[in-house]
Design a protein around this ligand. Structure first.
Ligand code: AMP
Length: 638
């Protein structure tokens, strides 16, 4: 096994000779047939890794351990403060359950390449479903269970699933969410005819309605239609594992498609190189994310299991039933690696530190953060109370694993608070100006990556190769550069600093939302003629949405109407997208060609110089917006 002496050496090799670099990582996993070619870049920007190789992700994540030394070791630890339950699966018992459920899927006629939507709370059956899909080669599409029926319906329309798996209810902060009801409504409003719905019935909803001929009960299927063993499907390395929807700059979310072999190799390597997480050290991984997000896919489910590490699946919030709950879970299991988001810390900061410091957290070796900028005060606070290494790293749904990070598994570089450090292996990141030319160190520009993208990154946008090319590869004409959508700076030491989104995407509490999606939801309200949304700074959530609305003739402004606008977003997208404030204006600042000038809205809110206004249609719109913003600030107590 290669042992690198420094980050620089390893990173250089990963760029200079990616084939050699990744091949030795791939050798560590099980392949039914080895690859003919490590990388096929002949159809750039569509990169294919380990071409000709045959493997199975479930086999590598489970069978390899369950039928070997780790048979009796914990694989999945479920902690649910919501329901006061704990459950531990060993690699063997998880393997058995996954086989049984894979048998159910087979008996229902699910085949390789069929899509299955998983709309589940954070319960073991969600992970069993994901692993069973990849075992038989079905493509899963996990939809965050906090998304509304409209969002779910949109994903059903796009993925055209043969089957949907859900539960009667989820629970958040002690409140039940009737998921099955949302599924029924989503299927009703979608254009697709979903033939079967499997329900894991937690018996929390006494009024659960069953649609005969379509709805199937998990327990009953596991009794009557399961199999003891299901042969894993021999998948081509480039066969898709899953589709995961994420927001872009248009109203329609993009279905990021992930391959099999490249993803498996990249995740497995990352556990060692980035997270310094090893089964031989007795390490235990706790990612506080949700299986509906990319972090959940990669670092609750696949990466820890591939590495043979126990993973904690947590159903709940950081503060329910009290702000000590996370820390009790970590103390109880002697967690060694934690992965969380800065927002959670900003929430926890409001409570006495003793909720954390009273616990024995000496087992924690690293605390990783991602999803949004880790501001310096939060970094220092976290480091102080946790007394461990706090590591900020940067990545995207598209990348599948970190792009910028410290690399304690190879070399722990100096931590500069506020910077996610340097490019991960295989990432040839640079900062460019609007023409795609590289910027000198210290100057702001857009963060891009030179091809090829390393293994594990998105293959395309589901059913839309053109959108893949136009959204990610054609932002700088004549230059082949992967566009991240973020502004950044690289300092003299080679560290990168993320400055925020360059496109019309907002990150709220670590979750990505397109302004267009929110605007489309608001526009569906009968009183709204026109609207524009922006993300503004918020102490707790990092960023929140504020919305400006122009009303149709005949409608007048009222608190009820503003609340309705908030509710329409809540219903159509989900509570995370709900605007923090809504203000009515007579006109919005627009260019003469009719494009709404979001930068003017943002500039007025942030009380900054507005820059070049020569293209504005009507200067009076700025006064309108200023007045509206003053009102908003009063409401928000600023
Ligand atoms: P998502 O695909 O939803 O995970 O969103 C990815 C986006 O989140 C990135 O393009 C960044 O805008 C932001 N992001 C993720 N990690 C970080 C980080 N460590 N620092 C700053 N922004 C981040």
């Amino acid at each position: 096994m290669t042992k690198y002496t420094s980050y620089q050496e390893a990173h250089k090799l990963s760029l200079k000779n990616p084939k050699e670099f990744w091949e030795q990582e791939a050798e560590k996993l099980h392949w039914y047939k080895k690859w003919d070619k490590v990388l096929d870049d002949s159809k750039s920007p569509f990169f294919r890794w380990f071409v000709g190789g045959k493997t199975n992700l479930c086999y590598n994540a489970l069978d390899r351990h369950a039928l070997g030394e780790k048979r009796g070791t914990a694989a999945l630890i479920w902690e649910s403060p919501e329901t006061n339950q704990t459950k531990v699966y060993t690699f063997y018992s998880l393997y058995k359950e996954v086989n049984k459920f894979a048998g159910v899927l087979k008996n229902l006629g699910i085949k390789k390449g069929d899509r299955i939507i998983i709309y589940m709370p954070m319960i073991p059956e969600a992970i069993i479903s994901m692993l069973a899909c990849v075992r038989i080669g079905a493509i899963h599409g996990v939809v965050f269970a906090g998304f509304s029926r409209e969002s779910l319906a949109g994903r059903i329309d796009d993925a055209k699933p043969k089957l949907l798996i859900t539960a009667d209810c989820g629970s958040r902060g002690g409140k039940l969410v009737k998921l099955k009801e949302i599924v029924d409504a989503a299927i009703n409003s979608s254009e697709e005819d979903v033939k079967s719905v499997i329900i894991y019935n937690r018996k929390f909803d006494s009024e659960l309605r069953i649609t005969k001929g379509r709805d199937l009960d998990w327990e009953e299927l596991m009794k009557k239609k399961s199999m003891k063993y299901v042969q894993p499907e021999e998948m081509d390395s480039s066969d898709p594992t899953y589709i995961l929807y994420t927001s872009g700059t248009t109203g329609k979310p993009r279905g990021v498609v992930r391959d099999t072999g490249g993803y498996m190799v990249a995740l497995h390597a990352s556990m060692n190189q980035i997270y310094d997480c090893h089964p031989t050290n007795g390490d235990i991984y706790f990612s506080t994310s949700d299986i509906g997000w990319v972090v959940g896919h990669s670092y609750i489910v696949y990466a820890p299991l591939l590495a043979g590490i126990p993973t904690i699946l947590y159903e709940g919030t950081p503060i329910y039933p009290d702000p000590g709950i996370w820390w009790r879970v970590m103390e109880k299991w002697g967690v060694t690696h934690v992965f969380s988001a800065p927002t959670a810390f900003r929430i926890l900061k409001k409570f006495p530190e003793s909720w954390i410091t009273d616990r024995d957290l000496s087992s924690i070796k690293y605390f990783f953060m991602a999803g949004e900028p880790l501001d310096e005060p939060t970094y220092h606070w976290a480091k102080e109370v946790l007394k461990t290494k706090v590591i900020d790293h940067y990545w995207q749904t598209e990348s599948g694993w970190p792009m910028l990070t410290n690399m304690p598994g190879i070399e722990l570089m100096e931590i500069k608070p506020g910077s996610p450090t340097k490019p991960a292996m295989g990432w040839d990141l640079l900062i460019v100006n609007e023409n795609g030319n590289e910027m000198p160190r210290g100057e702001k520009g857009t963060l891009v990556c030179r091809p090829p993208l390393p293994p594990g990154t998105l293959m395309t946008v589901y059913n839309d190769d053109i959108r893949y090319k136009t959204s990610y590869w054609e932002i700088f004409p004549k230059k082949q550069l992967y566009y991240t959508g973020d502004y950044a700076i690289q300092d003299g030491d080679g560290y990168f600093w993320i400055l925020g989104r360059a496109d019309e995407v907002i990150k709220i509490a670590g979750h990505r939302l397109g302004t267009r999606e929110i605007e489309e939801a608001i526009s569906s309200h009968k009183a709204v003629a026109e609207t524009s949304c922006i993300g503004v700074e918020d102490k707790l959530k990092g960023t929140v949405v504020i919305a400006f609305v122009v009303l149709r003739e005949g409608f007048t402004v009222s608190d009820t109407l503003k609340q309705e606008v908030v509710d329409v977003v809540r219903e159509q997208i989900g509570p995370i997208a709900a605007p923090k404030a809504v203000e009515v204006v007579k006109i919005l600042p627009k260019t003469r060609s009719g494009k709404i000038m979001r930068r003017v809205l943002k500039g007025v809110y942030e009380e900054k110089q507005l820059g070049d206004l020569s293209t504005i249609e009507d200067g009076a719109s700025i006064d309108e917006v200023s007045n509206a913003i003053n009102e908003m600030k009063k409401e928000l107590g600023k």
